[in-house]
Design a binder for this molecule. Structure first.
Ligand SMILES: [Zn+2]
Length: 351
């Protein structure tokens, strides 16, 4: 009686069996009905063209004949590994991957869809003023925890964390005197990265001193505002900054000096309800979200359906609050244009 070991087949074994190893029952083997329902172990099918022979593989065939069964190794690094981390940013609007250096060269504006990314205060100042003309004032002024506020985290620990995170910032605004084009201006730029650009005593005091410096020196004031509102850690002290900054702007206006307010996404609450909305000219970046309270709060309070996009810069321009929407890359040239205009008007008035 033949055994499986001595089997020399002339017909190929069904495909179902050729991947199995070891002795095991084969149900209904049509090729060896008398041999029993057992077959010998691993079987290798040669993949040579035109030859369809099969042989039992008690002895492993040479490696050259089996290499086609092995998964080929991938030589070299994959493309994914070739991309260093931290050098690319994804645009939240159009999902494009943008090389960070290209984004920086484009003033943090997406080259595909013109989405304006968040930009730091110092980067913005650098994009506006002439080289080496910006003299920062009150650079060392820091907030203190007057109320000893404690919530999820203490105000003191929050301040320490944000100062460490943004090593060049002591608070949410940078102020100073600089030159744009040929005009000396008092320039204040808020930074949303520091505690959501919230206005506490230091933000209010620095801006007030900036406005007063502009008044004393006869300079136009330009303030770029981005904020979530008054800083709740300071309670009433932060709310008083609304009146203080607007009071200083009143004295500045009495000297017939221009004040240009530029609204950056997002600009809300106490900041929007004070100095940000009283400019002689109010500009905004495209698609900036601007308002006093968030849409959900207004909807819950008024129980009314709100118009589509009612807090965007474009909507507010159509309804008269904003004078012009200016692309970030055009901002410097546009400011020079307005400053030229105000300077000419002032000279004409004094003549
Ligand atoms: Zn984009």
């Amino acid at each position: 009686m033949p055994t499986a070991l001595s089997t020399k087949r002339s017909e190929p074994i069904p495909a179902l069996a050729k991947f199995h190893c070891g002795w095991y029952p084969l149900p209904n083997n049509p090729h060896q009905p008398g041999v029993g329902s057992y077959m010998q172990t691993k079987v290798i099918r040669k993949k040579s063209i035109g030859v369809d022979s099969v042989e039992p593989s008690l002895t492993p065939p040479p490696a050259t004949e089996t290499t086609f069964l092995l998964k080929p190794k991938i030589v070299g690094k994959s493309k994914k590994r070739d991309i260093p981390e931290g050098l690319w940013s994804k645009c939240p609007r159009c999902d494009s991957l943008i090389y960070d250096r290209e984004l920086d060269d484009n003033l943090k504006v997406c080259p595909k869809c013109q989405n304006h990314f968040v930009i730091s205060a110092r980067e913005r100042i650098h994009s506006l003023v002439e080289t080496c003309t910006f003299e920062e004032i009150d650079a060392t002024m820091e907030s203190v925890d007057i109320l000893k506020f404690t919530g999820v985290a203490s105000y003191e620990s929050k301040l320490a964390a944000y100062k460490k995170k943004s090593s060049l910032l002591k608070d949410a605004v940078v102020t100073g005197i600089g030159t744009i084009g040929t005009h000396r201006v008092a320039l204040g730029v808020m930074d949303f990265a520091f505690l959501g650009g919230s206005m506490g005593s230091v933000v209010g005091e620095k801006l007030t001193r900036l406005i007063e410096a502009g008044t004393d020196r006869g300079l136009p004031v330009i303030i770029f505002s981005t904020s979530g509102g008054a800083r709740m850690y300071e309670g009433m002290f932060s709310l008083m900054q609304m009146a203080k900054t607007c009071g200083a702007l009143g004295y500045h206006a009495k000297q017939r000096l221009p004040y240009i307010s530029v609204l950056i996404n997002p600009c809300y609450a106490g900041v929007m309800a004070s100095y940000a909305s009283v400019g002689d000219l109010i500009l905004a970046e495209p698609d900036a979200m601007i308002g006093f309270a968030g849409p959900r709060v207004i909807r819950d309070t008024t129980q009314a359906d709100l118009p589509e996009g009612f807090q965007t810069a474009e909507f507010l321009q159509q309804h008269g609050l904003i004078d012009a929407i200016v692309h970030r890359k055009d901002m410097r040239a546009r400011l020079i244009y307005y400053l030229d205009f105000f300077g000419a008007a002032r000279r004409k008035a004094s003549a």
